[in-house]
Design a protein around this ligand. Sequence first.
Ligand code: BTN
Length: 266
Amino acid sequence: MQTFHLDELDSTNEHAKRLAMRYPGQSLLVTANRQTAGRGRSGRLWQSPVGGAWFTLVWPIEKPIEHASVIPLLVGWAVLQSVRKVIGATHTLKIKWPNDVLLGDEQLKVAGVLCEQVLPTDHGGAGGGLVVGVGINVNFDQAQLDDDLRCAATTLLSATGRAIELSDLIELCVQHIVAALDGPDRDGLTATTLQQVKTHLAWMNESVCVRSGHRLVKGICHSLDPSGRIQIMVGQQLRLFNAGEVSQLRISSDRTHLPVNAVSSL
Ligand code: BTN
């Protein structure tokens, strides 16, 4: 894997896509100390000060992925496992479907994933690839984040009280992500992974809101299917959602706890 590290980039995903044109069919890793135009899901800005793990993996795909909706979930799961290895099992880690990682009893966002695709036509038909961007809030004070994000986000430093070696965390994440993208789960979650992910899903059996396109659907978070789709009980009907965002519904105030950053392009 070719690795590119820069002190400052607009966005590691954008730079990775530029590099993918130069190195078609190759796996690439792009990391930056800070991003000036970091991108979140749904076109949101992703604040990326020094001290975070900001990186993008370009992963060539030889055959089409049958269930693309499984990829963001697999990456989120890989990131959760890597973070757990680094901070230990005493801290609760959950997945906010499809791929945010939430930390602690307050379930504050500590990591997000932005998956995109490089289509074969993008570089003369030489082969397509996945562009997997990961952002983890690690060694900075969340006071550096804008007001609207600060209350719903945390960093590993705030939660654990100790600084973490960024390169070790990125290496672990890359190992887990590559194993997931190359492994048996990529065409549908195996029973073991499905079970593990389900037990780490935030707000299971609780009232949630799913934003799907322009729609906001309220229901009870029921389960996941092997394609990584979420099952929500809406009234008496079990409905499946492919992409979107889940947030917890605070019934008492009838306000949704809107996601911090967040819908992947996959
Ligand atoms: C989200 O939760 O909205 C996804 C955030 C993804 C942020 C990462 S940081 C590294 C990579 N480069 C970007 O511009 N975005 C992703």
